[in-house]
Design a protein around this ligand. Structure first.
Ligand code: C2E
Ligand code: MG
Ligand code: MG
Ligand code: MG
Length: 278
């Protein structure tokens, strides 16, 4: 007989745990229908190129506006999607939307922005991934050099050989490969040169106090120098203040991204943001 009340020691019988599980199952059902119902949307956050003093691309960030719950944080629904394999369908949809969007944007604005799309581990390691990406480029008519894929360190660490093989193939087609959230995992600077990547994106946590803390400053300065010395592009994410911007300018970082410039915005509002630095 399972005791559902009282303070027993079994996590499994904790009513709050039960609630979480039910909640998850219903979220999974809802997410399955969300694409069809048009509840998912892609927002875009510009990347500012410090060398050229202009925006040169934007990152696609998925948004789910649930009819009852409102906006569900992407880390929450991406996790649910990963646990249920829905991530494959969802990831394909996000890539199609993003590639189609930037292609159309560049065509109508005579511009040359790149789009960066986040790719989760399960998606990358799935067998049909490379074909799906190449097919999407062809279907949308987007040149591969206008697409970047953002991959987190953990993907590479967990299945290094397979991930490297797959990313090399895409890299050889001229697609950019970004190592996202760099510094939050266990990867070291020394092995960066052996990866098929074009760009390192340093995690926000490294620059939060960069204008105030000498140690933070030294760490970021070193990461930038090393990335540059092995021919990688360096992007810093999560810039919120002018003080941070000035430091990164001084350190000759290539690109920055953050609320200081703009929050992620719907596609329809992107033109207003980008036109500030044309
Ligand atoms: P990420 O790829 O590292 O994206 C950066 C996150 O930092 C975004 O959160 C962005 O809105 C936020 N951000 C950007 N600038 C600033 C800033 O100046 N200050 C602060 N506090 N935050 C800033 P978001 O959109 O909530 O996404 C969180 C994570 O969810 C992403 O981290 C990414 O790992 C994942 N994600 C989002 N969209 C997708 C997607 O389409 N596919 C996959 N696989 N993952 C996604
Ligand atoms: Mg990213
Ligand atoms: Mg990131
Ligand atoms: Mg991050």
């Amino acid at each position: 007989q399972v005791k559902m009340n009282g303070k027993n020691n079994f996590m499994l019988f904790d009513p709050s745990m039960n609630e979480i599980m039910e909640n998850k199952a219903s979220m999974e059902q809802d997410l399955k229908r969300a694409i069809k119902r048009g509840e998912l949307e892609i927002y875009y956050q510009p990347k500012f190129n410090l060398e050229q003093n202009r925006y040169d691309g934007f990152e696609a960030l998925a948004r789910w506006n649930h009819p009852i719950r409102g906006f569900v944080p992407p880390l929450e629904f991406i996790t649910i999607a990963e646990e249920s394999n829905l991530i494959l369908e969802l990831g394909t949809w996000i890539l199609e939307q993003s590639c189609g969007f930037v292609r159309e944007y560049n065509r109508t604005h005579h511009s040359d922005y790149c789009v960066a799309v986040n790719v989760s581990a399960l998606q990358l390691l799935n067998e049909g991934f490379e074909t799906m990406v190449l097919d999407t480029l062809e279907a949308t008519g987007l040149d591969p050099s206008y697409l970047e894929l953002e991959i987190t360190e953990s993907v590479l660490m967990d299945s290094m050989d397979l991930a490297v093989e797959k990313l090399s193939l895409l890299r050889n087609k001229n697609i950019g490969i970004v190592l996202d959230d760099f510094g939050t995992g266990y990867s070291s600077l020394t092995y960066l040169q052996s990866l098929p990547i074009t760009t390192v994106k340093l995690d926000k946590s490294f620059v939060d106090d960069i204008a105030l803390n000498e140690i933070s400053y030294e760490i970021v300065s070193n990461v930038i120098q090393i990335a540059k010395s092995i021919g990688l592009e360096i992007v810093v994410e999560g810039i919120e203040t002018d003080e941070q911007l000035q430091v990164l300018k001084k350190l000759k970082c290539h690109k920055i991204q953050g609320f200081y410039f703009s929050k992620p915005v719907p596609g329809s509002e992107l033109e207003a943001v980008l036109s500030q630095y044309e």
